[in-house]
Design a protein around this ligand. Structure first.
Ligand code: GN1
Ligand code: MG
Length: 366
């Protein structure tokens, strides 16, 4: 009760004191806390931003404003209808701030809730195709974002060299004594480290560009309407410069896995090539026109890289004593690491097939 009243107080900082406000938890994010707010006829999303992870909240919110305004303008220019369901709308405070800082130092933000929308954790090839179109379109719309590159809300976020450095420090420190239990997995990851640093290497050699990426293309970050048409892409905290293979890869990691990200039963974890193909088709239909050959040739590698990176990140957190991701039980990060590693093995096994699908599809749109 106490907690609910506090949340209502926060909501009032954005929209004033409404007669009837209802606030309840929303979604499955691993980082921020999200709530759905109903105030009379209006629905909102209220979020407490994890500012130990997103250290510069004003810049974070400024990024989101730039991205959403730019997309809104593109949609208006194209004569798209129902724009308020096609792009997120931030709700400022009465004095024009895009966040509110409470007396405990917590940062909060509000945005419109997109009416009659849903997200999926499990999809089929047709929905994957539509999601692929959506992320391709998203990158395309942001290709001419004015005002220079976006602020890096988390420095080196998808940089595997930096992730490996942190991982090795965690292994070296073995702070909570969990290393012995995970040594085999550590060895498996080390055996693949050189291969995985290939993207950073190509970037240094000027072969792989950075573009404005979403950087959290999880399957459940796409909203669909009641007819299963894509409304919009959400969770814009990490939109920043990155490699397109990384956005492609993170969708495959989450959308084309027949099991859950944290499946305890590794038999469930398997690659669905139909979903891979559907997504590839949708994505390339919108993106092939602006991608370089090198980018296309490395999309399937992106699936391996992002799954590897997620294994490294979950395992680092487990070794460090669970300081980053929210966990639901004691060895949750270990369970996540094992499930992700199993998925990586599935991707390795079917790599040639994935590569063939990408190249054949790209040939149709080039
Ligand atoms: C986090 O909070 P959520 O679920 O949107 C993480 C992603 C990971 C993902 C793993 C800022 O995203 O990078 O891929 O968990 N976001 C951050 O499921 O670290
Ligand atoms: Mg996120």
């Amino acid at each position: 009760m106490q907690e609910t009243n506090k949340l209502k107080e926060i909501v009032a900082q954005f929209i004033g004191r409404e007669e009837e406000i209802d606030v309840k938890p929303l979604g499955k994010g691993h980082i921020n806390d999200s709530f759905k707010v109903i105030a009379g006829e209006k629905e909102y999303v209220l979020q407490r931003i994890n500012h130990s992870i997103f250290k510069n909240v004003p810049e974070l919110q400024h990024n989101i404003l730039r991205v959403t305004m730019h997309i809104r303008q593109k949609l208006m220019d194209a004569g798209v209808e129902d724009i308020n369901r096609r792009v997120l709308t931030l709700i400022p405070t009465p004095d024009g701030k895009l966040y509110y800082r409470d007396e405990n130092g917590n940062y909060w933000r509000m945005m419109d809730f997109i009416k009659d929308s849903k997200s999926y954790d499990e999809i089929n090839p047709e929905l994957a195709y539509r999601a692929g179109l959506a992320f391709g379109e998203f990158q395309k719309m942001l290709a001419d974002l004015p005002g220079g590159p976006l602020f890096e809300t988390i420095p080196n976020f998808h940089n595997i060299e930096a992730r490996l450095e942190t991982f090795r420090e965690a292994v070296g420190a073995n702070k909570v004594g969990r290393l012995a239990e995970v040594q085999d997995l550590v060895n498996e990851l080390e055996a693949r480290a050189d291969e995985m640093c290939k993207a950073e290497q190509m970037h240094r050699e000027g072969k792989l560009p950075k573009r404005t990426n979403h950087c959290d293309t999880k399957v459940n970050n796409v909203l669909f309407d009641n007819n299963d048409q894509v409304l919009c892409v959400v969770d814009l905290d990490t939109v920043m410069p990155g490699y397109v293979l990384s956005d492609f890869g993170d969708f495959i990691r989450t959308g084309a896995n027949k099991g859950a990200e944290d499946d305890k039963d590794l038999y469930n974890v398997a690659l669905d090539l139909g979903i891979f193909e559907g997504y590839t088709k949708g994505y390339l239909e919108n993106a092939a026109s602006f991608l370089t050959d090198t980018e296309i040739q490395n999309l399937a590698f992106g699936a391996k890289l992002l799954t590897y990176m997620q294994t490294v990140r979950f395992l680092t957190d487990y070794i460090e004593g669970d300081t980053y991701y929210k966990i639901a039980y004691g060895n949750h990060n270990l369970v996540r690491s094992k499930a992700q590693f199993k998925f990586l093995q599935c991707l390795e096994q079917d790599f040639d097939k994935m590569q063939e699908i990408v190249l054949n599809t790209a040939a149709k749109y080039k």
